[in-house]
Design a protein around this ligand. Structure first.
Ligand code: NOJ
Ligand code: CA
Length: 726
């Protein structure tokens, strides 16, 4: 071979190496490229319609030497060898040993959801790499959908990588510009923050203001933020970074290098600072980048669910969407209490005698009050009633690193489990159990079987669990691998008992509900309760669907009609930053198969015409059409109810007043409808005049257009009924 042709061959080889492998989405709008850079460093890029979304970004891990002796069980030399193999990096010195491409196209039907059928269509590239010097293998699997990119790391069974501990995952997401970001502070223990809108480069300067108080919180970096992170570029791209299928791995945060505008993964550590305990074969969760130049596409994306496994629950007939009321808001506002007595400075289960205690007179979960809620639910057609504060221990439930706080089976003397069970049954209402763990996770696991069995024995099919305060065992965080495994364990065990789960303060969902559809709700973000703890920003509800809801539904607990909370409790000076019409719209804009009417029965009785909408609105859908969307500003969505085919529509605004202009072309062609529109009055305002609304009826068809005023912090809701007669 001549020198020239050898050179040409080498050039082709190296250019090929640098260019790497390209993958396109099924519709061709996305293009991603994998390549090895410099010293064998795995790198990827992503473009959408020719615009750069992810600039060259590195992939890999930093490992720690751990457990060599136990892993090898062999000679000293063996152990030494093992230690060498376990330590160091998994981010350079790679060569590509294999690449495989594939195409996948299926549709599936969720047990509950926004749509009847979900299409799961992607092109896949799996790159197998070998690390020189260590002879370790790592696969990066990319899936490119029409709505974005998902990729994960896989560690096949191999001799030189058996057990290993992750010091840090080094996945980069290099941003192509100083985007506007809608972010909450990165935190190992809470997700209950208001969103801040700023340029990426401004995050550091604003961070300390963005970190508001929580009962358990651990921030880690002035440029650390949480996923799901929503951004908008100057040239009109909407970009969302998140993860899917978080199983047996710590939750990922993002840390920004605000000079280069590159985010890097920042995993939640365990009690001793380690990030992930791995045993091959094993995969990480998927890292996701959802992109569009139309914000509505982000809300409609089902990519996060598609990256999860199909349902592992065969018989799902017992999983049912739920609209419920509860003995809850009265405690959150301080009108009543979870606790039963003021007699004891501390409580110890098994020692404290509640039968001898003097009732404090403010205990919400007393039988008479619970029956009042059951009557209200039955009268207005709600499926369920949640009761909090029914079990002993609430006198002394957090703040003292206390292990044995609750046993989940012992009611207070004034809560008649059997009587309530029979009463609810006679009225056709299901009771919803409450398990506040106070983050004493080991204690909860010890009691789980008995607690679930107690539920089944007493007619409860759904549980709201909670993780307030610092985690026990001490030093663990709310989103580390250990506790991610706990949430999963509680969910899987619940499935064995045919129990639906709604976990509060648990790790934000990542589409797991596809695999375990009994996860019908989570809180895992700042819910309505914060309106009673000082208030949330009026545009908060225009951001949750772009962030938190991409991983699964939220138990946001909407439906507050009395915004002046001093009317419930003179000591509560908080104000609900929302108009009444906005509260109605939330039943559409915050999709969930679990929806609460959170206010007190007496407040609904004051506004029967507006309450009618909450009674009518469905909670399960065959179709959803996002009509208008802009993060932080507005969301308008129309949904078609499962079973009845009835259309409903909800629209929420942000901090400013606006006019919503929509076409009703989603309605069935040729049909006539009466639209009942629940809207802000002209002088409505979330702060000064939140209860000013009007209700009007209009005849409409699929050719109609609507121009509707939305007040600051406002919204509107519509129910469409097919017109009968001519
Ligand atoms: C916080 C939850 O978010 C709230 O809904 C619950 O009432 C309290 N913890 C008490 O468990
Ligand atoms: Ca909470």
């Amino acid at each position: 071979m001549s020198k020239l042709s050898l050179l040409t061959l080498l050039m082709v080889f190296f250019v090929g190496m640098a260019q790497g492998q390209e993958l396109k989405s099924p519709n061709g709008k996305f293009s991603m490229r994998f390549s090895l850079q410099g010293n064998g460093v795995p790198t990827y890029t992503l473009t959408y319609k020719g615009k750069q979304v992810i600039k060259p970004s590195k992939l890999g891990f930093e490992l720690i030497t751990k457990g060599a002796a136990t892993a090898s069980g062999g000679s000293d030399a063996n152990m030494e060898q093992k230690a060498v193999n376990l330590q160091g990096s998994l981010h350079d010195n790679f060569t590509v040993t294999d690449t495989k491409t594939a195409t996948f196209n299926e549709t599936w039907n969720p047990v509950w959801g926004e749509v009847k059928t979900i299409r799961n269509h992607y092109n896949e590239l799996a790159v197998t790499m070998n690390q020189k010097g260590t002879d370790r293998q790592m696969v990066v699997r990319f899936r490119l959908f029409d709505d974005g990119l998902g990729f994960r790391y896989e560690f096949p069974t191999q001799k030189n990588l058996t057990y290993f501990v992750i010091k840090e995952e080094r996945t980069q997401f290099g941003m192509a510009g100083d985007h506007t970001a809608f972010w909450i502070p990165g935190d190992y223990d809470t997700q209950e923050y208001d969103y801040t809108t700023s340029k990426l480069s401004e995050i550091k300067g604003i961070m300390s203001k963005a970190v508001t108080n929580n009962l358990s919180q651990t921030t880690f970096s002035p440029t650390g933020v949480q996923t799901s992170l929503m951004m908008k570029s100057k040239d009109g791209l909407y970009i969302n970074l998140h993860e899917a299928a978080l199983i047996d791995y710590p939750a990922m945060h993002l840390n920004l290098d605000d000079k280069s505008l590159v985010f890097e993964s920042w995993l939640t550590p365990d009690a001793i600072g380690d990030k992930g305990y791995m045993q091959a074969p094993r995969s990480t969760p998927w890292r996701t980048v959802i992109v569009s130049d139309d914000a509505r596409d982000i809300l409609a994306s089902k990519m996060t669910y598609n990256l999860n496994e199909p349902s592992k629950i065969k018989d799902t007939s017992w999983i049912k969407p739920v609209k419920y009321v509860g003995v809850w808001w009265e405690m959150i506002t301080g009108k009543s209490t979870w606790s039963y007595t003021n007699d004891y400075p501390t409580v110890q289960l098994g020692i404290t005698d509640f039968s001898k205690a003097k009732p404090n007179g403010t205990h919400g979960a007393n039988t008479a009050n619970v029956k009042r809620y059951i009557d209200f639910a039955a009268k207005h057609g709600f499926d369920g009633v949640l009761v909090e504060g029914w079990n002993v221990g609430w006198e002394d439930w957090f703040g003292n690193s206390k292990d044995y706080v609750f046993d989940f089976v012992t009611p207070y003397p004034d809560f008649d489990v059997k009587g309530i069970r029979e009463y609810a049954q006679s009225k056709g209402v299901k009771m919803i159990m409450h398990h506040e763990t106070s983050s004493s996770v080991r204690n909860y696991e010890r009691h789980l079987d008995k607690a679930y069995q107690f539920m089944k024995d007493n007619g409860y099919d759904a549980v709201k669990s909670g993780y307030v305060g610092d985690i026990l065992p001490r030093g663990e965080n709310h989103y580390s691998q250990w506790i991610v495994n706990h949430y999963q364990h509680a969910l899987e065990k619940a499935a064995e008992y045919k129990i639906m789960v709604n976990a509060h303060e648990a790790v934000r969902p990542t589409g797991i509900a596809r695999t375990y559809p009994n996860l019908i709700g989570n809180e895992s973000a700042r819910g309505t309760e914060y309106q009673s703890f000082g208030g949330s920003k009026p545009n908060h509800v225009t951001l949750i669907p772009f962030t938190r809801l991409l991983g699964g539904p939220m138990d946001y607990t909407p439906g507050i009609f009395e915004m002046d909370l001093s009317k419930l409790n003179p000591d509560n000076k908080s104000h609900v930053n929302s108009t009444l019409a906005n509260q109605l719209a939330l039943y559409l804009t915050l999709y969930s198969p679990l929806q609460m009417a959170a206010d007190l029965p007496e407040n609904y009785d004051r506004f029967p015409d507006a309450f009618q909408f909450i009674k009518d609105v469905a909670v399960d859908w065959d179709d959803s059409k996002y009509l208008e969307a802009e993060p932080g500003e507005y969301i308008t969505v129309a949904r078609k109810a499962k079973g009845t085919g009835q259309w409903f529509l909800g629209s929420v605004g942000g901090n400013e007043a606006r006019t919503s202009n929509i076409k009703l072309d989603f309605l069935d062609k040729g049909k006539k409808y009466v639209a009942t529109i629940y809207a802000d009055a002209k002088d409505a305002h979330y702060k000064t005049n939140p209860q000013a609304y009007n209700i009007r009826k209009v005849n409409v068809t699929s050719k109609s257009k609507l121009s509707q005023f939305v007040a600051p912090g406002g919204g509107y809701a519509i129910s469409f009924v097919e017109a009968t007669g001519k």
